[in-house]
Write a protein that binds this ligand. Structure first.
Ligand code: IMP
Ligand code: MG
Length: 176
């Protein structure tokens, strides 16, 4: 089946939003050192842009999250790989998209065990219609309808992560 891309959020809209989020985060963490934890792979482009737009010092870490089964039929079992110690630190988790919320809630649970000084979430995209876990982002870029999207870090079968914009991918089978 052939797939077609339809632009949903332009590169310019993305860059404006990143500046807005960065200004808000810089103001909120002006008095405290900030530790960004990016969720691989999807967050790598958003995190790179956001970090460069922050006006405060921050350190950068990554965790790797994978859910079993193919992406669109997310099994609900999420495996997290990391070697972090965020005890007493102010942590902001950076995600590409908050979909069912299962990935982020697992990551938050893991990080909470380390007793950080604070723990918040910044998600570039939010698809509230698909939520299964009780989690909302603290900072959200764009809320989108229940459509499969690619670009700006998000993939379909490892492709399209490098698009500088967000596109809806049509003709994708969604088995969830
Ligand atoms: P969740 O655990 O269901 O919230 O899923 C989070 C992960 O699923 C994201 O980090 C993405 O990697 C992936 N994902 C969810 N929706 C989409 C989409 O529309 N396009 C590409 N990847 C997605
Ligand atoms: Mg991801």
């Amino acid at each position: 089946m052939s797939s077609q891309l339809h632009t949903l959020i332009t590169a310019e809209e993305i860059q404006n939003k990143v500046q807005e989020l960065a200004a808000e985060i810089s103001a909120d963490y002006a008095q405290t050192p900030l530790h960004l934890v990016g969720v691989l792979k999807g967050s790598f482009i958003f995190l790179a842009d956001l970090a460069r737009a922050l006006s405060i010092p921050c350190s950068i870490y990554f965790v790797h999250a994978s859910s079993y089964g193919d992406r669109q039929s997310s099994s609900g079992i999420v495996k997290i790989q990391h070697s972090l110690n965020m005890s007493n630190k102010h942590v902001l988790v950076i995600e590409d998209i908050l979909d069912t919320g299962l990935t982020l809630s697992t990551i938050m649970e893991e990080l909470n065990k380390q007793q950080p000084a604070s723990l918040k979430v910044c998600a570039f995209l939010n698809k509230p219609e698909r939520r299964k876990a009780d989690i909302d982002g603290d900072y959200i870029g764009f809320t989108i309808p229940n459509e499969f999207v690619v670009g700006y870090g998000l993939d379909y079968g490892e492709l399209y992560r490098n698009l500088p914009y967000i596109a809806r991918l049509e003709n994708v089978e969604d088995s969830s």
